[in-house]
Design a binder for this molecule. Structure first.
Ligand SMILES: [Zn+2]
Length: 287
């Protein structure tokens, strides 16, 4: 499942071909993905110019010159592919012949530069919707979200305030999108390991000093993964035009039974299921 760094990588990959481009065609090949597409989506997209591509949590937002914003969510398996004759001429974009249409190619946008952007989603947990740009933050998918983990409103005093009195495990608190937006299982495991905090500890029982270490750990794991995603964009110019899925090494995630990588720690990485998701952690150095 794409997490925030993967979504940001997709956004950065799409920006060179979409920002400033006019959509000359929008092909919508089914009425819905996870939810129904908005009424007349193809007609509302056709002819629109994309002013800006931004990200909120795991949503990509394309602001259009029609006053609407296209909200895109990749869901579990959504992918964005860039192809078409125009793609080869775009600096910083990815040339690639997508070839025949796949049955999971649900939405295909064509730009005035001859670039084709295909939203492919085999499991159909993805979503697209249109909302007025002025009020897009009030859209039901976005309105309940907490601050961005890489943004200025996410800091130690804020997080301490949200953790105060909480009896739920810190792991669950960090996955609560109302507390901080866009954090997923993998990066929460990594950030907790880096800051020496057990995923089982009650959020309300973590000292302010440790929260002050946790916040930069969260920012660092995300920033490093975004950097790795950026490298993947530069590296592959590109095998198949598929954005956003890149190899990244994790210190604890998926490493059950391996020795802990904390210097001088003799511990071993354990796995424990919390709220249906695997937590990977070291019981020796995470308290
Ligand atoms: Zn350890």
């Amino acid at each position: 499942m794409p997490e925030l760094p993967e979504v940001e990588t997709v956004r950065r990959g799409l920006a060179p071909v979409l920002e400033g481009a006019r959509l000359t065609e929008a092909l919508v090949r089914r009425p819905d993905l996870r939810w129904p597409f908005p009424d007349r989506m193809a007609a509302r997209l056709t002819g629109a110019r994309v002013l800006r591509l931004r990200r909120r949590s795991k949503y990509i937002l394309a602001d259009l010159d029609t006053g609407e914003t296209l909200i895109i969510h990749l869901g579990m398996s959504g992918r964005m592919l860039i192809s078409g004759d125009g793609a080869a001429q775009m600096p910083g974009a990815f040339a690639h012949d997508h070839g025949q249409m796949d049955k999971h190619d649900h939405v295909i946008l064509t730009t005035d530069a001859g670039v084709r952007i295909t939203f492919n989603d085999a499991r159909r947990f993805g979503a697209m919707d249109l909302a007025p740009t002025e009020r897009v933050e009030d859209h039901w998918l976005l309105s309940g979200l907490g601050p961005e983990p890489l943004g200025n409103h996410f800091d130690a005093p804020y997080l301490a305030g949200r953790f105060a009195g909480k009896r739920s495990p810190v792991k669950s608190a960090l996955l609560d999108q109302r507390i901080v937006a866009g954090l997923g299982n993998i990066y929460v495991c990594e950030a907790l390991w880096r800051s020496g905090i057990s995923p089982l500890r009650h959020a309300g029982r973590i000292s302010e000093a440790r929260i002050a270490r946790l916040v930069p750990a969260i920012r660092d794991v995300l920033s490093e993964a975004i950097e790795a995603g950026g490298s993947s964009l530069r590296d592959y110019r590109q095998a198949d035009g598929d954005l956003g899925y890149f190899q990244h090494r994790f210190a604890v995630y998926g490493r059950e039974g391996e020795p802990c990588q904390t210097p001088d720690c003799q511990g071993e990485i354990r796995r424990k299921v919390q709220s249906g998701r695997s937590s990977f952690y070291c019981a020796a150095c995470q308290r």
